[in-house]
Design a protein around this ligand. Structure first.
Ligand SMILES: [Zn+2]
Length: 277
């Protein structure tokens, strides 16, 4: 069975400054370095993936976007600057995502089909985004987590690929029902913090349910060094200290090993190819 592989191309430091200090900083060279590392690995294994790119990263590192496309991967949009959709008005989302799509299409030289919301931020409160995506010419979205999360999730959505009434496809993120609990699997922190055997078990279980796994990761998860946040004259909030501690755990070498294991054991393809379009 074929499973989807997706990479959300975002910069760790840019998001931290935005989420914790409400400051905009340009993406750092770390995102360029780690995305290039991912491209090297995928080329060596002859695997193609979907790269959901932030438009401000595409603007700063156009050569990176060109490399992604030239090597046969799919480019999708991950928003303009990682602001969660439920935090903004529909008209601002329309403006931002239209600009992001146009800029990424101009740099990549091709049509973008797919969208993934920052922090899976299409929830019941921001479902209007689905019609805006369709209106702007997106073919599919992959932002809905069918879980009851504290920041995201629509627990009563389909757990497998479906079509919204407006014709937009939805590729929901992967989860499993285990002992009465809905558990997210195979992506981000759920991939990084849980042991490899668990993720392999989860993917095999999804195969039995005839549901492709939607694997997702981020370039910063492959960085070896501890993500230190140094801001002169500003105290570091306790919540951010805990966040960076969790972020440093299982990064780098361990995450690289997990990715290489998944690449060698499963048949991974770009998300658009799961739709057969
Ligand atoms: Zn993201």
């Amino acid at each position: 069975m074929k499973h989807g592989l997706s990479i959300d191309v975002e910069d760790y430091f840019e998001i931290i400054f935005q989420d914790y200090f409400h400051e905009s900083i340009p993406p750092t060279a770390e995102v360029d370095r780690n995305t290039n590392w991912l491209l090297d690995v995928l080329a060596s294994k002859n695997v193609k993936a979907t790269f959901f790119v932030l438009a401000n990263i595409a603007g700063q590192y156009p050569a990176l976007v060109k490399r992604i496309v030239n090597e046969g991967h799919e480019i999708g949009v991950h928003g303009y600057d990682h602001v969660q959709i439920y935090k903004i008005k529909a008209e601002d989302f329309h403006k931002n995502i239209k600009k992001a799509k146009e800029e990424i299409e101009n740099i990549s030289g091709g049509r973008v089909l797919g969208h993934r919301a920052p922090t899976f931020s299409i929830t019941k409160e921001s479902l209007w985004a689905v019609d805006i995506l369709c209106e702007l010419g997106f073919v599919y979205d992959s932002s809905i987590f069918p879980i009851k999360g504290s920041r995201y999730g629509i627990p009563d959505t389909s757990q497998t690929i479906f079509c919204w009434p407006n014709g937009l496809y939805e590729i929901p993120l992967s989860c499993l029902d285990i002992m009465g609990k809905r558990v997210p699997v195979a992506g981000g922190g759920y991939l990084r913090h849980f042991p490899l055997w668990w993720t392999m078990f989860a993917i095999r279980r999804l195969e039995k349910l005839n549901r492709p796994a939607i694997i997702y990761t981020h370039p910063y998860e492959f960085e070896n060094t501890y993500p230190e946040i140094c801001i002169t004259g500003k105290p570091i909030p306790a919540k951010l200290k805990i966040h960076t501690m969790l972020q440093s755990h299982n990064r780098g070498r361990r995450q690289k090993h997990k990715l290489l294991s998944l690449l060698s054991r499963f048949n991974l393809i770009p998300l658009k190819d799961l739709l057969g379009i």
